[in-house]
Design a protein around this ligand. Structure first.
Ligand code: R5P
Length: 294
């Protein structure tokens, strides 16, 4: 097996290669003068099983194109198999039409990944697992719950896990059961046309005096966590931290959450982000690759 870490591998490929004791090729970001990506791939041994590691965080389209370029070039070279590890899968939230004229972008993206010769796709907790149905080969989802459990148990003595919406209940329940603590969720309303969350909501459990850990899959604008934090604070929470798998962090997301009472933000290294503590998922991804080959 050879690991090829793409320009947006965020060092995860390097870690996986070290853990699995296999060789690594790193593709450094290179560009033509007009900004187009310039991908160079050295010669590979014949019959190589290749694992590409390329996340697709901002700029999503460039990183997605780089993934297509690398996979398609490997297919042209006739490698034995191509697995793509895409820690953060862009467009996974565009798995349905929100408005009549919308397109289902993840469908197109995954069709292209399949066409480029990728037979197995490994990703970390996409927003909706149904999004992966557009991929023609095998798909494997890496779960970040255990990594979160380990981190939360180091940071908070008696946590209460709060999902900011009912879509995240299973994640909250799973982490709470590992921690042996209680969990709950915010009942909220979303505008079906715009997909935007309506502010406010309600929570059934008593949050007074509790150390609240808000757990979500993605932080994008920060609005969802901001809302959850304000609600928890208004119910008398003692402390509030936020934990999310993918820190997309658009604009002033961090400041919005901090102003709403969030004291720390934790995420994973599927996306680089400096202001938060990032939990390394390389070991979990390496284990997933190993198991997939048994
Ligand atoms: C929503 O269903 C997701 O689980 C996240 O809560 C949402 O995508 C977060 O977005 P934002 O940070 O913009 O509120």
């Amino acid at each position: 097996m050879i690991i090829i870490e793409g320009p947006a591998g965020n060092r995860i490929g390097e870690d996986i290669a070290r853990i699995l004791k296999v060789s690594l090729i790193r593709i450094e970001p290179r560009f033509f003068p007009d900004g187009e990506s310039r991908i160079k791939i050295p010669d590979l041994p014949e019959h190589s099983d290749v694992v590409i590691v390329q996340s697709t965080y901002f700029p999503q389209d460039k990183h997605m194109m780089e993934l297509f370029f690398i996979a398609d070039a490997l297919k042209e070279r006739g490698v034995e198999s191509i697995t793509a590890v895409v820690p953060y899968l862009a467009y996974a939230r565009q798995n349905r039409k929100f408005e009549e004229e919308d397109i289902v972008s993840i469908g197109t993206a995954l069709k292209l990944v399949s066409e480029a010769g990728v037979s197995t796709l490994i990703t970390v907790e996409p927003h909706k697992s149904e999004a992966l149905s557009f991929f023609k080969g095998k798909t494997i989802i890496v779960d970040a719950s255990e990594a979160f459990y380990r981190e939360i148990s180091k940071q908070v003595k008696k946590p209460f896990i709060l999902s900011p919406d009912n879509g995240g209940i299973e994640r909250a329940k799973k982490i709470a059961s590992m921690l042996g603590c209680k969990y709950g969720f915010i009942e909220k309303e979303r505008d079906l046309k715009t997909g935007m969350i309506k502010a406010g909501g309600s929570v059934r459990e008593d949050l007074a005096g509790k150390d609240i850990v808000i757990v979500d899959d993605i932080i994008s604008s920060g609005g969802t966590i901001e809302n959850a934090s304000r609600l928890a604070a208004s119910k008398g929470a003692r402390s509030i931290i936020a934990v999310a798998v993918h820190l997309v962090m658009v604009g002033d997301a961090y400041e919005r959450m901090a102003n709403a009472g969030v004291s720390e933000v934790y995420g994973t290294n599927t996306i680089p982000y400096e202001k938060a503590k990032l939990i390394d998922l390389s070991g979990y991804i390496a284990g997933t690759i190993r198991n997939a080959r048994k």
